[in-house]
Design a protein around this ligand. Structure first.
Ligand code: NAD
Ligand code: 6OH
Length: 484
Protein backbone atom coordinates (compact mmCIF):
# COMPACT_ATOMS: atom_id res chain seq x y z
CA UNK A 1 0.00 0.00 0.00
CA UNK A 2 1.40 3.42 -1.02
CA UNK A 3 2.06 5.66 2.00
CA UNK A 4 1.77 9.45 1.90
CA UNK A 5 3.79 11.00 4.73
CA UNK A 6 4.21 14.38 6.33
CA UNK A 7 7.25 16.44 5.32
CA UNK A 8 8.96 18.13 8.25
CA UNK A 9 12.40 19.77 8.26
CA UNK A 10 13.36 18.04 5.02
CA UNK A 11 12.33 14.56 6.21
CA UNK A 12 9.29 12.43 5.37
CA UNK A 13 7.58 11.62 8.67
CA UNK A 14 5.09 8.84 9.41
CA UNK A 15 2.74 8.72 12.38
CA UNK A 16 0.61 5.97 13.92
CA UNK A 17 -2.62 7.67 12.86
CA UNK A 18 -3.45 6.72 9.25
CA UNK A 19 -6.42 7.52 6.99
CA UNK A 20 -7.26 6.15 3.55
CA UNK A 21 -6.87 7.97 0.24
CA UNK A 22 -9.45 6.75 -2.29
CA UNK A 23 -9.78 7.68 -5.95
CA UNK A 24 -13.01 9.56 -6.79
CA UNK A 25 -13.61 7.68 -10.03
CA UNK A 26 -13.92 4.16 -8.59
CA UNK A 27 -13.79 4.57 -4.81
CA UNK A 28 -10.74 2.31 -4.54
CA UNK A 29 -8.24 2.85 -1.69
CA UNK A 30 -4.90 3.61 -3.34
CA UNK A 31 -2.86 4.83 -0.39
CA UNK A 32 -2.84 5.50 3.30
CA UNK A 33 -1.95 8.94 4.64
CA UNK A 34 -0.10 9.65 7.89
CA UNK A 35 -2.19 12.17 9.83
CA UNK A 36 -0.13 14.77 11.68
CA UNK A 37 -1.05 15.27 15.31
CA UNK A 38 -0.13 18.15 17.60
CA UNK A 39 3.48 16.92 18.00
CA UNK A 40 4.05 16.83 14.23
CA UNK A 41 2.40 20.21 13.68
CA UNK A 42 4.51 21.69 16.48
CA UNK A 43 7.67 20.15 14.96
CA UNK A 44 6.79 21.59 11.55
CA UNK A 45 6.18 25.10 12.92
CA UNK A 46 9.42 24.95 14.92
CA UNK A 47 11.34 23.78 11.82
CA UNK A 48 9.85 26.65 9.82
CA UNK A 49 10.72 29.15 12.54
CA UNK A 50 14.33 27.98 12.84
CA UNK A 51 14.77 28.01 9.04
CA UNK A 52 14.07 31.75 9.12
CA UNK A 53 17.18 32.17 11.29
CA UNK A 54 19.28 29.86 9.06
CA UNK A 55 20.66 30.17 5.50
CA UNK A 56 17.20 30.86 4.02
CA UNK A 57 16.73 33.97 6.14
CA UNK A 58 20.13 35.28 5.08
CA UNK A 59 19.71 34.52 1.36
CA UNK A 60 19.96 37.53 -0.96
CA UNK A 61 16.82 38.17 -3.01
CA UNK A 62 18.62 37.20 -6.22
CA UNK A 63 19.61 33.84 -4.73
CA UNK A 64 16.09 33.25 -3.41
CA UNK A 65 14.78 33.98 -6.91
CA UNK A 66 17.19 31.46 -8.41
CA UNK A 67 16.02 28.86 -5.88
CA UNK A 68 12.37 29.40 -6.84
CA UNK A 69 13.23 29.09 -10.51
CA UNK A 70 15.00 25.82 -9.70
CA UNK A 71 11.79 24.60 -8.01
CA UNK A 72 9.77 25.56 -11.10
CA UNK A 73 12.22 23.80 -13.39
CA UNK A 74 12.13 20.61 -11.30
CA UNK A 75 8.31 20.66 -11.30
CA UNK A 76 8.46 20.90 -15.09
CA UNK A 77 10.99 18.08 -15.26
CA UNK A 78 8.61 15.91 -13.18
CA UNK A 79 5.51 17.14 -15.00
CA UNK A 80 4.15 13.62 -15.63
CA UNK A 81 4.56 12.63 -11.96
CA UNK A 82 2.56 15.67 -10.84
CA UNK A 83 -0.07 15.03 -13.52
CA UNK A 84 -0.45 11.37 -12.48
CA UNK A 85 -0.70 12.31 -8.80
CA UNK A 86 -3.31 14.99 -9.50
CA UNK A 87 -5.33 12.69 -11.78
CA UNK A 88 -5.54 10.03 -9.08
CA UNK A 89 -6.28 12.65 -6.43
CA UNK A 90 -9.13 14.50 -8.22
CA UNK A 91 -10.04 12.16 -11.10
CA UNK A 92 -10.38 14.87 -13.72
CA UNK A 93 -9.56 14.38 -17.42
CA UNK A 94 -5.88 14.33 -18.26
CA UNK A 95 -6.13 17.21 -20.77
CA UNK A 96 -7.60 19.49 -18.06
CA UNK A 97 -4.91 18.61 -15.52
CA UNK A 98 -2.08 18.84 -18.04
CA UNK A 99 -3.26 22.18 -19.46
CA UNK A 100 -4.60 23.94 -16.34
CA UNK A 101 -3.64 22.49 -12.97
CA UNK A 102 -0.05 21.30 -13.31
CA UNK A 103 1.39 24.06 -15.58
CA UNK A 104 0.30 26.62 -13.00
CA UNK A 105 2.54 24.87 -10.45
CA UNK A 106 5.70 26.08 -12.18
CA UNK A 107 4.11 29.38 -13.27
CA UNK A 108 3.10 30.26 -9.71
CA UNK A 109 6.72 30.08 -8.54
CA UNK A 110 8.10 31.96 -11.56
CA UNK A 111 5.67 34.90 -11.45
CA UNK A 112 6.44 35.74 -7.84
CA UNK A 113 10.17 35.24 -8.29
CA UNK A 114 9.91 37.87 -11.02
CA UNK A 115 7.80 40.18 -8.81
CA UNK A 116 10.27 40.27 -5.91
CA UNK A 117 13.22 40.62 -8.31
CA UNK A 118 11.78 43.75 -9.89
CA UNK A 119 9.58 45.42 -7.28
CA UNK A 120 10.75 49.02 -6.53
CA UNK A 121 11.05 50.46 -3.01
CA UNK A 122 9.49 53.69 -1.82
CA UNK A 123 11.68 56.73 -1.01
CA UNK A 124 10.90 60.25 0.23
CA UNK A 125 13.22 63.17 0.92
CA UNK A 126 11.86 65.51 3.58
CA UNK A 127 12.73 69.03 4.74
CA UNK A 128 13.53 69.63 8.42
CA UNK A 129 13.59 72.90 10.44
CA UNK A 130 17.39 72.83 10.68
CA UNK A 131 17.56 72.80 6.89
CA UNK A 132 19.56 69.59 6.70
CA UNK A 133 16.60 67.36 5.78
CA UNK A 134 16.01 63.63 6.15
CA UNK A 135 15.71 60.59 3.88
CA UNK A 136 12.87 58.06 4.18
CA UNK A 137 12.89 54.69 2.52
CA UNK A 138 10.73 51.57 2.85
CA UNK A 139 11.94 48.03 3.32
CA UNK A 140 9.98 44.80 2.99
CA UNK A 141 10.67 41.94 5.39
CA UNK A 142 9.10 38.44 5.55
CA UNK A 143 6.15 38.11 7.91
CA UNK A 144 7.62 34.83 9.24
CA UNK A 145 6.00 31.36 9.38
CA UNK A 146 2.98 31.17 7.07
CA UNK A 147 0.30 28.49 7.49
CA UNK A 148 -1.12 27.47 4.10
CA UNK A 149 -4.50 25.70 4.27
CA UNK A 150 -5.50 24.22 0.90
CA UNK A 151 -8.74 22.94 -0.71
CA UNK A 152 -9.23 19.80 -2.79
CA UNK A 153 -10.59 21.15 -6.04
CA UNK A 154 -7.38 22.28 -7.83
CA UNK A 155 -4.90 21.07 -5.25
CA UNK A 156 -1.55 21.73 -6.95
CA UNK A 157 -2.58 25.02 -8.60
CA UNK A 158 -4.02 26.42 -5.38
CA UNK A 159 -1.25 25.24 -3.06
CA UNK A 160 1.48 26.74 -5.28
CA UNK A 161 -0.58 29.92 -5.77
CA UNK A 162 0.12 30.53 -2.09
CA UNK A 163 3.59 28.99 -1.86
CA UNK A 164 4.98 31.11 -4.70
CA UNK A 165 4.53 34.49 -3.03
CA UNK A 166 5.10 33.20 0.50
CA UNK A 167 8.55 31.81 -0.36
CA UNK A 168 9.42 34.60 -2.82
CA UNK A 169 8.95 37.07 0.05
CA UNK A 170 11.38 35.10 2.24
CA UNK A 171 8.86 33.40 4.53
CA UNK A 172 8.82 29.75 5.53
CA UNK A 173 5.67 27.66 5.25
CA UNK A 174 3.71 24.84 6.81
CA UNK A 175 1.18 23.48 4.31
CA UNK A 176 -1.93 21.55 5.25
CA UNK A 177 -3.26 20.00 2.03
CA UNK A 178 -6.87 18.88 1.91
CA UNK A 179 -7.38 15.42 3.39
CA UNK A 180 -8.92 14.49 0.03
CA UNK A 181 -5.86 15.41 -2.08
CA UNK A 182 -2.49 14.94 -0.37
CA UNK A 183 -0.33 13.63 -3.20
CA UNK A 184 1.16 16.67 -4.93
CA UNK A 185 2.24 18.28 -1.64
CA UNK A 186 4.27 15.17 -0.85
CA UNK A 187 5.80 15.22 -4.34
CA UNK A 188 6.73 18.86 -3.83
CA UNK A 189 8.71 17.79 -0.76
CA UNK A 190 10.81 15.60 -3.03
CA UNK A 191 11.31 18.60 -5.35
CA UNK A 192 12.42 20.82 -2.46
CA UNK A 193 15.03 18.30 -1.37
CA UNK A 194 16.18 17.82 -4.97
CA UNK A 195 16.90 21.55 -5.40
CA UNK A 196 18.54 21.76 -1.94
CA UNK A 197 15.90 24.07 -0.49
CA UNK A 198 17.12 24.64 3.08
CA UNK A 199 15.43 22.25 5.50
CA UNK A 200 12.41 23.65 7.32
CA UNK A 201 11.54 26.21 4.62
CA UNK A 202 8.78 23.99 3.21
CA UNK A 203 6.83 21.65 5.50
CA UNK A 204 3.67 19.56 4.98
CA UNK A 205 1.31 18.26 7.67
CA UNK A 206 -1.53 16.01 6.54
CA UNK A 207 -4.90 15.53 8.13
CA UNK A 208 -8.39 16.91 8.56
CA UNK A 209 -9.56 20.32 9.69
CA UNK A 210 -11.46 20.62 12.97
CA UNK A 211 -9.67 19.12 15.98
CA UNK A 212 -6.95 17.85 13.63
CA UNK A 213 -3.88 19.10 11.72
CA UNK A 214 -5.77 22.05 10.18
CA UNK A 215 -6.95 23.42 13.50
CA UNK A 216 -3.70 22.53 15.31
CA UNK A 217 -1.85 24.59 12.70
CA UNK A 218 -4.12 27.65 12.58
CA UNK A 219 -4.17 27.89 16.38
CA UNK A 220 -0.42 27.35 16.80
CA UNK A 221 1.15 30.43 18.48
CA UNK A 222 4.28 30.06 16.31
CA UNK A 223 2.33 30.82 13.10
CA UNK A 224 2.74 34.43 11.92
CA UNK A 225 0.04 34.52 9.21
CA UNK A 226 -2.59 32.22 7.72
CA UNK A 227 -3.55 31.95 4.07
CA UNK A 228 -6.66 29.87 3.41
CA UNK A 229 -8.61 28.69 0.40
CA UNK A 230 -11.85 26.87 0.95
CA UNK A 231 -15.48 27.21 1.99
CA UNK A 232 -16.70 30.45 3.49
CA UNK A 233 -17.81 28.85 6.75
CA UNK A 234 -14.36 27.28 7.17
CA UNK A 235 -12.74 30.63 6.48
CA UNK A 236 -14.81 32.16 9.27
CA UNK A 237 -13.67 29.43 11.69
CA UNK A 238 -10.04 30.04 10.72
CA UNK A 239 -10.46 33.79 11.11
CA UNK A 240 -11.69 33.21 14.66
CA UNK A 241 -8.63 31.02 15.35
CA UNK A 242 -6.31 33.67 13.90
CA UNK A 243 -7.78 36.31 16.19
CA UNK A 244 -5.88 34.78 19.13
CA UNK A 245 -2.48 36.35 18.62
CA UNK A 246 -3.90 38.81 16.06
CA UNK A 247 -2.47 36.93 13.05
CA UNK A 248 -3.32 38.30 9.56
CA UNK A 249 -5.43 36.10 7.30
CA UNK A 250 -5.85 35.93 3.54
CA UNK A 251 -9.14 34.19 2.69
CA UNK A 252 -10.10 32.86 -0.76
CA UNK A 253 -13.57 31.42 -0.32
CA UNK A 254 -16.81 30.37 -1.98
CA UNK A 255 -18.63 31.80 -4.95
CA UNK A 256 -22.01 31.75 -6.71
CA UNK A 257 -20.85 33.28 -9.93
CA UNK A 258 -23.05 34.70 -12.68
CA UNK A 259 -22.61 34.51 -16.43
CA UNK A 260 -24.50 37.28 -18.24
CA UNK A 261 -25.23 36.69 -21.93
CA UNK A 262 -26.51 39.57 -24.04
CA UNK A 263 -28.35 39.14 -27.35
CA UNK A 264 -25.48 40.90 -29.15
CA UNK A 265 -22.92 38.31 -28.00
CA UNK A 266 -20.83 36.00 -30.15
CA UNK A 267 -23.06 33.00 -29.42
CA UNK A 268 -20.45 30.35 -30.30
CA UNK A 269 -17.98 31.94 -27.87
CA UNK A 270 -20.63 32.35 -25.17
CA UNK A 271 -21.69 28.71 -25.43
CA UNK A 272 -18.09 27.42 -25.41
CA UNK A 273 -17.16 29.67 -22.52
CA UNK A 274 -20.24 28.84 -20.45
CA UNK A 275 -19.79 25.10 -21.00
CA UNK A 276 -16.27 25.47 -19.57
CA UNK A 277 -17.26 27.77 -16.72
CA UNK A 278 -20.12 25.45 -15.71
CA UNK A 279 -18.72 21.96 -16.26
CA UNK A 280 -14.89 22.16 -16.10
CA UNK A 281 -13.41 20.09 -13.25
CA UNK A 282 -16.93 18.66 -12.77
CA UNK A 283 -18.09 22.12 -11.74
CA UNK A 284 -15.62 22.20 -8.83
CA UNK A 285 -14.04 25.55 -9.63
CA UNK A 286 -14.64 28.47 -7.27
CA UNK A 287 -14.69 30.83 -10.28
CA UNK A 288 -17.21 28.63 -12.10
CA UNK A 289 -20.72 29.57 -13.23
CA UNK A 290 -23.85 28.31 -11.45
CA UNK A 291 -26.17 31.22 -12.44
CA UNK A 292 -26.66 32.07 -16.13
CA UNK A 293 -28.71 35.11 -17.18
CA UNK A 294 -29.59 35.27 -20.91
CA UNK A 295 -31.22 38.21 -22.67
CA UNK A 296 -34.74 37.07 -23.66
CA UNK A 297 -34.45 37.23 -27.49
CA UNK A 298 -31.76 34.51 -27.51
CA UNK A 299 -32.92 32.59 -24.42
CA UNK A 300 -34.44 29.54 -26.15
CA UNK A 301 -31.54 29.15 -28.60
CA UNK A 302 -28.96 29.50 -25.81
CA UNK A 303 -30.71 26.92 -23.57
CA UNK A 304 -30.96 24.43 -26.40
CA UNK A 305 -27.30 24.82 -27.40
CA UNK A 306 -26.02 24.63 -23.83
CA UNK A 307 -28.15 21.49 -23.34
CA UNK A 308 -26.52 19.88 -26.37
CA UNK A 309 -23.08 20.82 -25.07
CA UNK A 310 -23.80 19.46 -21.59
CA UNK A 311 -25.02 16.18 -23.06
CA UNK A 312 -21.73 15.86 -24.96
CA UNK A 313 -19.80 15.87 -21.66
CA UNK A 314 -18.90 12.20 -21.64
CA UNK A 315 -17.89 11.11 -18.10
CA UNK A 316 -14.88 8.81 -17.90
CA UNK A 317 -11.47 7.97 -16.50
CA UNK A 318 -8.78 10.68 -16.45
CA UNK A 319 -6.46 8.91 -18.88
CA UNK A 320 -9.21 8.24 -21.44
CA UNK A 321 -8.85 10.93 -24.15
CA UNK A 322 -12.61 10.66 -24.80
CA UNK A 323 -13.39 11.75 -21.22
CA UNK A 324 -14.91 15.21 -21.10
CA UNK A 325 -15.73 15.20 -17.38
CA UNK A 326 -14.54 13.44 -14.26
CA UNK A 327 -16.36 12.67 -10.99
CA UNK A 328 -16.93 14.83 -7.96
CA UNK A 329 -14.25 14.59 -5.29
CA UNK A 330 -16.08 12.27 -2.91
CA UNK A 331 -19.32 10.45 -2.10
CA UNK A 332 -19.93 13.02 0.65
CA UNK A 333 -19.68 15.89 -1.82
CA UNK A 334 -21.81 13.96 -4.32
CA UNK A 335 -24.52 13.60 -1.67
CA UNK A 336 -24.45 17.38 -1.21
CA UNK A 337 -24.71 18.04 -4.96
CA UNK A 338 -27.50 15.46 -5.41
CA UNK A 339 -29.40 17.05 -2.52
CA UNK A 340 -29.45 20.27 -4.57
CA UNK A 341 -30.51 18.32 -7.66
CA UNK A 342 -33.52 17.11 -5.63
CA UNK A 343 -34.15 20.52 -4.08
CA UNK A 344 -34.28 22.16 -7.52
CA UNK A 345 -37.07 19.80 -8.58
CA UNK A 346 -38.92 20.28 -5.26
CA UNK A 347 -38.77 24.05 -5.85
CA UNK A 348 -40.35 23.59 -9.28
CA UNK A 349 -37.40 23.72 -11.67
CA UNK A 350 -37.63 22.47 -15.22
CA UNK A 351 -34.80 19.95 -15.66
CA UNK A 352 -33.43 20.77 -19.11
CA UNK A 353 -30.88 17.95 -18.87
CA UNK A 354 -29.28 15.74 -16.20
CA UNK A 355 -30.41 15.82 -12.58
CA UNK A 356 -29.15 12.40 -11.60
CA UNK A 357 -26.31 9.89 -11.77
CA UNK A 358 -24.91 8.60 -15.09
CA UNK A 359 -25.01 4.87 -15.82
CA UNK A 360 -21.29 4.10 -15.50
CA UNK A 361 -19.53 0.82 -16.33
CA UNK A 362 -19.47 -1.66 -13.43
CA UNK A 363 -15.81 -0.91 -12.60
CA UNK A 364 -16.66 2.78 -12.05
CA UNK A 365 -20.04 2.51 -10.32
CA UNK A 366 -18.44 3.16 -6.92
CA UNK A 367 -17.14 6.53 -8.18
CA UNK A 368 -18.72 9.88 -7.26
CA UNK A 369 -20.33 10.46 -10.65
CA UNK A 370 -23.17 12.90 -11.34
CA UNK A 371 -24.81 14.08 -14.55
CA UNK A 372 -24.10 17.55 -15.92
CA UNK A 373 -27.34 19.39 -15.16
CA UNK A 374 -29.18 22.47 -16.39
CA UNK A 375 -32.34 23.97 -14.88
CA UNK A 376 -34.72 26.75 -15.88
CA UNK A 377 -37.89 28.19 -14.39
CA UNK A 378 -36.80 29.04 -10.84
CA UNK A 379 -36.98 32.45 -9.10
CA UNK A 380 -33.78 34.12 -7.88
CA UNK A 381 -34.86 33.23 -4.32
CA UNK A 382 -34.50 29.47 -4.95
CA UNK A 383 -31.80 27.61 -3.03
CA UNK A 384 -29.95 26.57 -6.21
CA UNK A 385 -29.77 30.26 -7.14
CA UNK A 386 -28.30 31.40 -3.81
CA UNK A 387 -26.15 28.63 -2.36
CA UNK A 388 -22.81 27.45 -3.71
CA UNK A 389 -23.40 23.88 -4.97
CA UNK A 390 -19.89 23.32 -6.37
CA UNK A 391 -21.01 20.77 -8.97
CA UNK A 392 -21.60 20.50 -12.76
CA UNK A 393 -24.87 22.41 -12.79
CA UNK A 394 -26.35 25.79 -13.59
CA UNK A 395 -29.72 27.54 -13.75
CA UNK A 396 -30.54 29.69 -16.77
CA UNK A 397 -32.87 32.71 -16.36
CA UNK A 398 -34.07 35.20 -19.01
CA UNK A 399 -33.69 38.96 -18.50
CA UNK A 400 -35.00 42.01 -20.34
CA UNK A 401 -32.67 44.91 -19.49
CA UNK A 402 -29.12 45.71 -18.41
CA UNK A 403 -30.38 47.37 -15.19
CA UNK A 404 -32.42 44.29 -14.29
CA UNK A 405 -29.59 41.81 -14.85
CA UNK A 406 -27.06 43.89 -12.91
CA UNK A 407 -29.43 44.01 -9.93
CA UNK A 408 -30.12 40.28 -10.06
CA UNK A 409 -26.47 39.26 -10.57
CA UNK A 410 -25.39 41.40 -7.59
CA UNK A 411 -28.21 40.13 -5.37
CA UNK A 412 -26.14 37.31 -3.80
CA UNK A 413 -24.02 37.02 -0.65
CA UNK A 414 -20.98 35.97 -2.69
CA UNK A 415 -18.87 38.22 -4.92
CA UNK A 416 -16.02 36.23 -6.46
CA UNK A 417 -16.26 36.16 -10.27
CA UNK A 418 -18.54 37.03 -13.19
CA UNK A 419 -18.49 36.43 -16.94
CA UNK A 420 -20.12 38.86 -19.40
CA UNK A 421 -20.75 37.96 -23.06
CA UNK A 422 -21.42 41.00 -25.26
CA UNK A 423 -19.95 42.70 -28.33
CA UNK A 424 -21.02 46.12 -27.04
CA UNK A 425 -17.80 47.79 -25.86
CA UNK A 426 -19.40 50.43 -23.65
CA UNK A 427 -21.66 47.85 -22.01
CA UNK A 428 -18.66 45.58 -21.32
CA UNK A 429 -16.88 48.37 -19.43
CA UNK A 430 -20.06 49.42 -17.64
CA UNK A 431 -20.67 45.92 -16.29
CA UNK A 432 -17.03 45.45 -15.40
CA UNK A 433 -17.38 48.47 -13.15
CA UNK A 434 -20.68 47.66 -11.41
CA UNK A 435 -20.73 43.87 -10.98
CA UNK A 436 -19.91 42.98 -7.34
CA UNK A 437 -17.11 40.52 -8.01
CA UNK A 438 -13.34 40.42 -7.52
CA UNK A 439 -12.86 39.27 -11.11
CA UNK A 440 -15.05 40.14 -14.14
CA UNK A 441 -14.29 38.39 -17.42
CA UNK A 442 -15.69 39.83 -20.66
CA UNK A 443 -15.93 37.38 -23.58
CA UNK A 444 -13.67 34.94 -21.75
CA UNK A 445 -13.45 32.82 -18.58
CA UNK A 446 -10.56 31.75 -16.37
CA UNK A 447 -8.15 33.78 -18.52
CA UNK A 448 -5.52 34.54 -15.90
CA UNK A 449 -2.75 37.14 -15.89
CA UNK A 450 -0.96 36.32 -12.63
CA UNK A 451 0.11 39.94 -12.16
CA UNK A 452 -3.50 41.04 -11.60
CA UNK A 453 -5.29 41.29 -8.24
CA UNK A 454 -7.12 38.04 -7.43
CA UNK A 455 -9.68 37.57 -4.69
CA UNK A 456 -13.31 37.84 -3.69
CA UNK A 457 -15.60 40.47 -2.21
CA UNK A 458 -18.50 39.98 0.21
CA UNK A 459 -18.62 36.32 1.43
CA UNK A 460 -16.06 35.25 -1.19
CA UNK A 461 -12.91 36.43 0.49
CA UNK A 462 -10.69 38.87 2.32
CA UNK A 463 -7.63 40.30 0.62
CA UNK A 464 -6.14 40.22 -2.85
CA UNK A 465 -3.26 38.09 -4.08
CA UNK A 466 -1.49 38.13 -7.42
CA UNK A 467 1.44 40.17 -8.74
CA UNK A 468 2.57 42.92 -6.36
CA UNK A 469 -0.71 42.59 -4.43
CA UNK A 470 0.64 39.47 -2.72
CA UNK A 471 3.43 41.54 -1.18
CA UNK A 472 0.92 43.25 1.11
CA UNK A 473 0.11 39.96 2.82
CA UNK A 474 3.42 38.11 2.65
CA UNK A 475 5.71 40.95 3.78
CA UNK A 476 5.92 43.49 6.59
CA UNK A 477 6.62 46.96 5.18
CA UNK A 478 8.83 49.20 7.33
CA UNK A 479 10.02 52.81 7.08
CA UNK A 480 13.59 53.88 7.78
CA UNK A 481 14.10 57.63 8.38
CA UNK A 482 17.69 58.95 8.23
CA UNK A 483 18.30 62.46 9.68
CA UNK A 484 21.00 64.25 7.63
N1 NAD B 1 -11.83 31.77 -3.77
C1 NAD B 1 -10.98 30.89 -4.25
O1 NAD B 1 -9.94 31.21 -4.85
C2 NAD B 1 -11.27 29.43 -4.07
C3 NAD B 1 -10.47 28.52 -4.77
C4 NAD B 1 -10.75 27.15 -4.63
C5 NAD B 1 -11.79 26.70 -3.81
N2 NAD B 1 -12.52 27.62 -3.14
C6 NAD B 1 -13.64 27.16 -2.30
O2 NAD B 1 -13.23 26.00 -1.55
C7 NAD B 1 -14.37 25.16 -1.32
C8 NAD B 1 -14.03 23.74 -1.72
O3 NAD B 1 -12.87 23.32 -1.05
P1 NAD B 1 -12.96 22.45 0.30
O4 NAD B 1 -14.22 21.66 0.33
O5 NAD B 1 -11.66 21.76 0.49
O6 NAD B 1 -13.09 23.57 1.42
P2 NAD B 1 -13.12 23.30 3.00
O7 NAD B 1 -13.36 24.60 3.60
O8 NAD B 1 -14.00 22.15 3.35
O9 NAD B 1 -11.60 22.81 3.34
C9 NAD B 1 -10.51 23.59 2.92
C10 NAD B 1 -9.31 23.22 3.80
O10 NAD B 1 -9.57 23.68 5.13
C11 NAD B 1 -9.30 22.64 6.05
N3 NAD B 1 -10.14 22.89 7.23
C12 NAD B 1 -11.44 22.58 7.39
N4 NAD B 1 -11.89 23.01 8.60
C13 NAD B 1 -10.83 23.62 9.21
C14 NAD B 1 -10.60 24.24 10.48
N5 NAD B 1 -11.59 24.35 11.38
N6 NAD B 1 -9.36 24.74 10.78
C15 NAD B 1 -8.36 24.62 9.88
N7 NAD B 1 -8.49 24.03 8.66
C16 NAD B 1 -9.71 23.54 8.34
C17 NAD B 1 -9.62 21.38 5.28
O11 NAD B 1 -9.00 20.26 5.87
C18 NAD B 1 -9.04 21.73 3.91
O12 NAD B 1 -7.65 21.50 3.90
C19 NAD B 1 -15.49 25.75 -2.17
O13 NAD B 1 -16.34 26.53 -1.36
C20 NAD B 1 -14.77 26.67 -3.16
O14 NAD B 1 -15.56 27.74 -3.61
C21 NAD B 1 -12.30 28.98 -3.25
O1 6OH C 1 -11.33 26.97 -7.84
C1 6OH C 1 -10.86 28.11 -7.83
C2 6OH C 1 -9.78 28.50 -8.69
C3 6OH C 1 -8.93 29.47 -8.31
C4 6OH C 1 -7.93 29.86 -9.21
C5 6OH C 1 -6.88 30.65 -8.80
O2 6OH C 1 -6.66 30.91 -7.53
C6 6OH C 1 -5.95 31.21 -9.80
O3 6OH C 1 -6.21 31.08 -11.02
O4 6OH C 1 -4.94 31.80 -9.35
Amino acid sequence: MKEILNFINGEFVATTDWFDKTTPYDGKVIARVAAAGKPEVDAAVRAARSALDGPWGKLAVADRVDMLYAVADEITRRFDDFAEAEMSDIGQPSHFIRHVDVPRGAANFKIFADVVKNVPSEFFEMATPDGRGALNYSLRRPVGVVAVICPWNLPFLLMTWKLGPALACGNTVVVKPSEETPQTAALLGEVMNKVDMPKGVFNVVNGFGPDAAGEFLTTHPGVSAITFTGETRTGAAIMKAAADGARPVSLEMGGKNAAIVFADCDMDAAIEGTLRSTFANCGQVCLGTERVYVERPIFDEFVSRLKRGAESMKPGLPADPASKMGPLISQEHRDKVLSYYRKAVEEGATVVTGGGVPDMPAALKAGSWVEPTIWTGLPDSAAVMRDEIFGPCCHISPFDSEEEVIRRANDNPYGLAAAVWTTNLQRAHRLGGVLEAGIVWVNSWFLRDLRTPFGGSKQSGIGREGGVHSLEFYTELKNVCIKL
